[in-house]
Design a protein around this ligand. Sequence first.
Ligand SMILES: Cc1cc2nc3c(=O)[nH]c(=O)nc-3n(C[C@H](O)[C@H](O)[C@H](O)COP(=O)(O)O)c2cc1C
Length: 208
Amino acid sequence: MEFYEVIEKRRTIRDFTGEPVGRETIQRILDAGLKAPTNDHMRDWHFAVIDDPALIQNLIKKIPKKVSEKRVDFIMKVWRLQDECQKKMYADAIPKQYQMLLNAGCLVIPLFKQKKNLLQPKNLSDLNGFASIWCCIENIFLAATAEGCGCTLRIPLGDEKDHVKSILDFPGDYEMPCYIAVGKPAKDGAYYEQNICDVQERIHLNKW
Ligand SMILES: Cc1cc2nc3c(=O)[nH]c(=O)nc-3n(C[C@H](O)[C@H](O)[C@H](O)COP(=O)(O)O)c2cc1C
C-alpha cells in the first residue's frame, strides 16, 4: 500500500470479525513499531502479545462489560461535548471498550522504560520515554493498516494497569501506556466521520 493511502485508510477500528491475525503478521507490525523515533536511541520497548482468548478475558476484566445509553449520555454531558462529530465518535466508542479488546483476536500491551515518576515530571524531557512510545504506537497502527488489519487502543483507567501488571508480571520500571487490539475489521462495522481539518488554516507561515 502506498504511504499516503495507508495514512488515509488508518482509522480506529472497534468492530472486528474475530478472525485470528497470524503471529508473523503481528511480528511485522511490531517490528515497524520498533523502527519509530526514540528519545535516547535505545528503543527500550517490549510488547506483551496475547492471543489466548481466556487470558485476554482475564486481562481486561476490570473494564466495564456494558455501559448503558443513559450512562453514555451522562458521561458526554459531564465532558460538555458540543461537536456533533466528536459526540458521535464517543457514543460509539464508550460502550465498546470491553468488546473491542475482547473480539479483536490479538491484544498487545506495549511497555516502555520509565525511570522517573511518570505522573510527576519536573521537566518536559522527563516525558521523553512516554512521547517515544507513542511514536512506536503510531507506527504499529500504520503497519497494521498496511497489513489489512484494524487497530484500536484504550488508556487504562483506575486500577486496570495494576491488574494487567499483576498478571503479566512485567518489571517495575516499565510502564504500560495503553492496551492495543489488532484484528480483522468487520465489514459492517461502525463508521464515524473523521474530524477533517483544513491544513491551510493550521499553517502559520513565518508568524502565527
Ligand atoms: C492518546 C489517545 C488516547 C485514546 N484513547 C482511547 C480510548 O481510551 N478508547 C478508545 O476507544 N479510543 C481511544 N483513542 C482513539 C481515538 O478515539 C481516535 O483516534 C479518534 O477518535 C480519531 O479517530 P481515528 O483514529 O479513526 O482517526 C485514543 C487515541 C489517542 C491518540
